[in-house]
Design a protein around this ligand. Structure first.
Ligand code: TPP
Length: 299
């Protein structure tokens, strides 16, 4: 694997929101939404392949309504608004949901998207996973607003603050936002308060900017711990089930990693041909130059 952005601690926020959508809806993920993407139908082997550095892992099967991962922070909020607006104009009856972090709300794109969505009342859900950090920048240094949810008020639509580690609450909030969108009432901003238990990416060392005590405080609030407890209390979960699910998952993940490893390597040309339907002359020149360079190394 290359550099990877883990989502430990954010499972409830991602799964709860993803399953609240309907089949025709679209999601716009950033780089940390592996669980949401999986829940919306992206094959796990493709997710692995992508994080192994193979862009082919982002060419999702036809019918999977998930946009490619947005590595640039926040830009995809605008894409979600465009899609949702088109859906409204065409009367398709679907909505779009954009995932981003607390850091993403400092981007101009976020504010442009919120404004446009409010003015045209488009069926879009802005889903902010406030996981308390944007790499090393803590939430308190990100914005002087008391909450991120309150930013929606300035754009003329509701912003709701939810416990992002509570699976059922996240589901209910997203259903509510979707219903509003479908009834022509326009966008909703959901701030799901959560915590990134792991590093920003596998290339990050969080001990440089946060204390072990802080992490320990959040551990009992881990959505997996809470969901397990809830299901046990409802007599829907026990040790035996947990062990069988664990074994199933282990076997499946191992098999799908192998499948991802067997994906064909991308061609060198893909680096140039990937982005544009019609390659601009500047890229064509770069590709020619690169081919000549490769030829020169053969001699
Ligand atoms: C436009 C842009 N600027 C900077 C970066 C580098 N970068 C990658 S992730 C990140 C922080 C994102 O924080 P947040 O939006 O809170 O999401 P999180 O990583 O916590 O999920 C930054 C600054 C980037 N990818 N894109």
């Amino acid at each position: 694997m290359g550099t990877y952005a883990p989502f430990m601690g954010q499972e409830a926020a991602q799964v709860g929101s993803a399953v609240a959508l309907e089949e025709g809806d679209w999601i716009f993920p950033s780089f940390r939404e592996t669980a949401a993407m999986y829940m919306r139908g992206v094959p796990m082997a493709m997710l692995f392949a992508y994080w192994m550095g193979n862009e082919g892992g982002q060419r999702f099967p036809e019918g999977v309504r998930v946009l490619p991962i947005s590595i640039p922070v926040g830009t995809h909020a605008l894409h979600a608004v465009g899609f949702a607006w088109a859906s409204k104009l065409r009367g398709e009856g679907s909505c779009s949901l954009a995932y981003f972090g607390d850091g993403g709300t400092s981007k101009g794109d976020f504010h442009e998207a919120m404004n446009m969505a409010g003015v045209f009342r488009v069926p879009v859900i802005f889903f902010c996973q406030n996981n308390q950090y944007a790499i090393s920048v803590p939430r308190r240094a990100q914005t002087a607003s008391k909450t991120i949810a309150q930013k929606a008020l300035a754009y003329g639509f509701p912003g709701i603050l939810v416990d992002g580690n509570d699976l059922v609450t996240v589901y209910a909030a997203t259903r509510w936002a979707r219903k509003r969108a479908m009834e022509g009432e326009g966008p909703t901003l959901i701030e799901a308060v959560t915590y990134r238990l792991g590093p920003h990416t596998t290339a990050d060392d969080p001990t440089k900017y946060r204390s072990e005590e802080e992490v320990e405080e959040w551990k009992p609030l881990d959505p997996l711990v809470r969901t397990r407890l809830y299901l046990r209390n409802c007599c829907l979960w026990d040790e035996e089930m947990e062990e069988s699910v664990r074994l199933y998952a282990e076997e499946r993940v191992n098999r799908l990693v192998k499948e991802a490893e067997s994906f064909p390597d991308p061609a060198i040309e893909d680096m140039f041909t990937y982005t544009f339907a019609q390659m601009p002359p500047s890229l064509e020149a770069q590709m020619r130059e690169y081919r000549e360079f490769l030829k020169s190394t053969e001699r």
